[in-house]
Design a protein around this ligand. Structure first.
Ligand code: IPM
Ligand code: MN
Length: 340
């Protein structure tokens, strides 16, 4: 899909602090001189509670036609049980990931000063359309003493390979090119074997990239004890979900963690969102850290080819990470804009 200026960006502010941090990210992008034509989509928990709408084909197609999608956060407040688990996750977030074929979830981590990963730079490339998220499985004899629940993991040669290739492309660009496959090949032998073989095959095309393998449980230890060993981690959907929260914690908190749900083949709009959630408890208190959303917008600008603006915003964010984030959401945003 060809992109041209002004970029047409679909904005899903969503719930809780989502709209606050999205507004901040948009203001920073504009201040960096990148013109956006935004269309706001009212989606998420609030919308669902108001009129029962989650996402339909028409809205999905409208999203697909944009150059990018910027999302704040989606979800009800903790303890609010009015929305059954899965309605928004599967019906909205995963439907966009699957429907727009956002097959890579790219999550870069820059250890902020003082964090366990201080000064480090590593990224998780998470397969984003398959694995246990695919939804294979079902329930028999629901609610009885003989209930059966199965939840399969779908791993296709095609899906694994395109994700692994993306990870190698990223790894090859590093100053010290290295890639670690994270899985559980000793127990999940069918899927693990496929992932291992694909990595082994693709690596011959990337002779500069040092390749190794960690079991996912060991990776949890290394991420805390020796995160410097990682350049790019490539892993399946569920392992990547869990590891990226851990990576966020060791690199300074998920208040900084950005993510890109990418369709590298560009057959649909890619989606950019902070890793953090809606944090309803701090809505309107000016305490939401906008840096994760701003960094997600940086990933969006890179995807759009606006490398100069992306680099300038990333440098301003890095200043904040070094000096510490003090002040409210609007004040931090204003100071970011001034540093540009
Ligand atoms: C994430 C989130 C989602 C996921 C949820 C909200 C469906 O935790 O983006 O990491 O599990 O992928
Ligand atoms: Mn997650």
């Amino acid at each position: 899909m060809a992109t041209s200026k002004p970029y047409r960006v679909a904005v899903i502010g969503g719930d809780g602090i989502g709209p606050e941090v999205t507004r901040a990210a948009l203001a920073v992008v504009e201040a960096a001189g990148v013109e956006l034509a935004t269309t706001h989509f009212d989606l998420g928990a609030a919308r669902y509670l108001r009129d029962g709408f989650v996402l339909d084909d028409e809205t999905l197609e409208a999203l697909r036609g944009h150059d990018a999608i910027l999302l704040g956060a989606v979800g009800p407040a903790i303890g609010d049980t009015r929305i059954p688990g899965g309605v928004l996750e599967r019906g909205l977030l995963l439907r966009m990931r699957f429907g727009l074929d956002l097959y890579v979830n790219y999550r870069p981590f820059h250890g902020v000063p003082g964090s366990i990963a201080d000064g480090l730079d590593f990224a998780i490339v998470r397969e984003n359309t398959e694995g246990p998220y695919a939804g294979e499985g079902g329930v028999l004899r629901y609610g009885t003493a003989h209930e059966v629940a199965t939840q399969g993991s779908v791993n296709t040669r095609f899906g694994v390979e395109r994700c692994v290739r993306y990870a190698f492309e990223r790894a090859a660009q590093l100053e010290r090119p290295r890639l670690t496959l994270v899985h559980k090949t000793n127990v999940l032998t069918f899927a693990g074997n496929l992932w291992s073989r694909v990595v082994d095959e693709v690596k011959s095309e990337y002779p500069t990239v040092a390749v190794d393998y960690n079991h996912v449980d060991a990776a949890c230890i290394y991420l805390v004890e020796n995160p410097a060993r990682y350049g790019v981690i490539v892993t399946d959907n569920l392992f990547g979900d869990i590891l990226s929260d851990l990576a966020g914690a060791v690199s300074g908190g998920i208040g900084f963690a950005a993510s890109a749900n990418l369709n590298p083949a560009r057959t649909g709009a890619s989606l950019f969102e902070p890793v953090h959630g809606a944090a309803h408890d701090i809505v309107g208190t000016e305490t939401a850290n906008p840096l994760a959303a701003v960094s997600s917008a940086v990933l969006m600008l890179e995807h759009l080819g606006e490398f100069d603006a992306a680099r300038r915003i990333a440098a301003a964010v890095a200043d904040f990470e070094r000096d510490g984030v003090t002040g409210g959401t609007a004040a931090v945003t204003q100071r970011l804009i001034e540093r540009l």
